[in-house]
Design a binder for this molecule. Structure first.
Ligand SMILES: [Zn+2]
Length: 126
């Protein structure tokens, strides 16, 4: 009987591990695969597909970074790139890839709690 119970526990632990791994794999995006830059007037919500990072820029002035939360919760996020706003993020553009500093934490009202860095378009989960 004990052996059977131990075996059942063993199977359950494997199942849990696989299940968790799958959730992580399918829900948590590993990178933004598309960066688009638009002016304030051109930047619309329908550009915000999962995996797209929308940079709003007027002339040389960075204004906003907009995206769907990469955890898969579907929330649309806007973070400010304007240094006179608090909080705001620094943006670094290199060979068409984006790095944001500091990390992004989706913890506002009703926020999902997602916490990640964006480095050269890659999403590093915290
Ligand atoms: Zn989320």
């Amino acid at each position: 009987m004990n052996l059977l119970r131990a075996f059942t526990h063993f199977l359950q632990s494997i199942y849990r591990r696989l299940f968790k791994a799958e959730i992580k794999h399918t829900k948590h995006l590993g990178a933004f695969d598309k960066v688009i830059v638009r002016s304030t007037r051109e930047a619309t919500d329908d550009l915000l597909e999962m995996g797209t990072l929308l940079i709003v820029k007027d002339g040389t002035f960075y204004k906003w970074a907009r995206f769907q939360c990469p955890c898969g919760c579907g929330q649309k996020q806007v973070i400010s790139l304007q240094s006179n706003h608090n909080p705001h993020w620094s943006i670094y553009e290199r060979n068409g890839t984006i790095t944001l500093q500091p990390s992004v934490h989706v913890n506002g009202q009703g926020g999902c709690g997602a916490h990640f860095f964006v480095r050269n378009n890659k999403i590093d989960w915290v």
